[in-house]
Design a protein around this ligand. Structure first.
Ligand code: GRG
Length: 307
């Protein structure tokens, strides 16, 4: 298993098997996530942290981080602690997003949400513990990575999580519920709520590998494209897919009276826009195409996914 996974993570140009790559990377990420939560005390906190972190999910964020590290010529093993940290931040944001004070949802990743199982206070605290553990992973559990690179990664994760990222996007999203929202505001919400963390994934993976500025800039363009495309597809799936397939409550945007891309542009134009953004994202990596097969395929995966 290990040898097959290692092969899949280092594809030869022209012979790229994306399904094998994705599965290999996912298996490695799952193992690292499982190992990341040690004997936390109290036991109840550990249980709530593990419940959400190990509940499945596409693991897109850690895989983007590993792929960007390899594109920049780095060793994916050195980026694994950061990849885990990114999934911890993402999972924390899902736990808090599902709370009654936010999106108030009962279903996530095919299971009852954290607060339904552990109560609201414990769900909030499990999220807090995952968020802080994420920074511990980068700062204290990333052997072999030069400290100055880790410091840059800590900065990227802080920016993506806080007011300039997820928190800021969530605040504007909540403020806009029930209001008519224009395309610029919708873009602002999604670039912050969704795009900022996806950006941190590719930038931090590349920073760990010591990527030069032109590549970091190209990855910023790539991340903007896939970030917005990801959210457009999320909006489309909310109206076209079932709760069973999504593992979360379908039709939620309509119930919560949220402005979405399909609402503003219609389904067809929304999909066209997502395709255009993915093309922009892929084009930005053209100068690095020899090593970019995983990130190019991940960009396509964003628009072809069904959950
Ligand atoms: C990070 C400090 C801090 C606070 C969080 C609650 C909140 C503030 C922000 C909400 C962020 C949020 C939930 C954005 C939605 C992003 C999104 C489209 C999630 C779904 O991602 P997938 O489809 O899910 O990758 P899986 O389950 O596959 O991982």
């Amino acid at each position: 298993m290990t040898a097959a996974v290692t092969t899949a993570l280092h594809p030869a140009p022209g012979s790229f098997d994306f399904a094998a790559y994705l599965e290999g990377a996912r298996v490695r990420v799952e193992a690292a996530l499982d190992a990341s939560l040690g004997p936390e005390r109290p036991e109840s906190l550990r249980e709530a942290m593990r419940y959400s972190l190990l509940a499945g999910g596409k693991r897109l964020r850690p895989i983007l981080c590993l792929a960007a590290c390899e594109l920049a010529g780095g060793d994916a093993d050195q980026a694994m602690a950061t990849a885990v940290a990114l999934e911890m931040i993402h999972t924390m944001s899902l736990i808090h997003d599902d709370l009654p004070a936010m999106d108030n949802d009962d279903l996530r990743r095919g299971r009852p949400t954290s607060h339904k199982v552990f109560g609201e206070a414990n769900a909030i605290l499990a999220g807090d513990a995952l968020l802080t553990r994420a920074f511990e992973m980068v700062a204290l559990r990333s052997p072999g990575v030069p400290p100055e690179r880790l410091l840059q990664v800590v900065g990227e994760l802080a920016l993506a999580s806080g007011a300039p990222g997820l928190v800021g996007g969530q605040v504007v999203d909540l403020e806009c519920e029930g209001q008519s929202v224009d395309l610029d505001t919708l873009e602002y919400i999604h670039l912050h709520k969704t795009g900022a963390l996806l950006r941190a994934c590719v930038i931090s993976g590349a920073l760990i590998a010591g990527a030069p500025d032109p590549l970091l800039q190209a990855l910023g363009v790539y991340a903007r494209g896939i970030g917005l495309a990801f959210q457009i597809i999320d909006d489309i799936l909310d109206v076209t897919a079932s709760s069973e397939v999504l593992g979360k409550t379908a039709g939620k945007d309509l119930t919560a009276d949220k402005t979405t891309y399909p609402k503003l542009l219609g389904l067809e134009e929304s999909r066209r826009r997502a395709d255009g953004l993915v093309l922009e994202a892929k084009t930005s990596l053209e100068p690095w195409r020899d090593r970019a097969a995983p990130l190019l395929a991940l960009a396509d995966f964003i628009t072809s996914r069904d959950r």
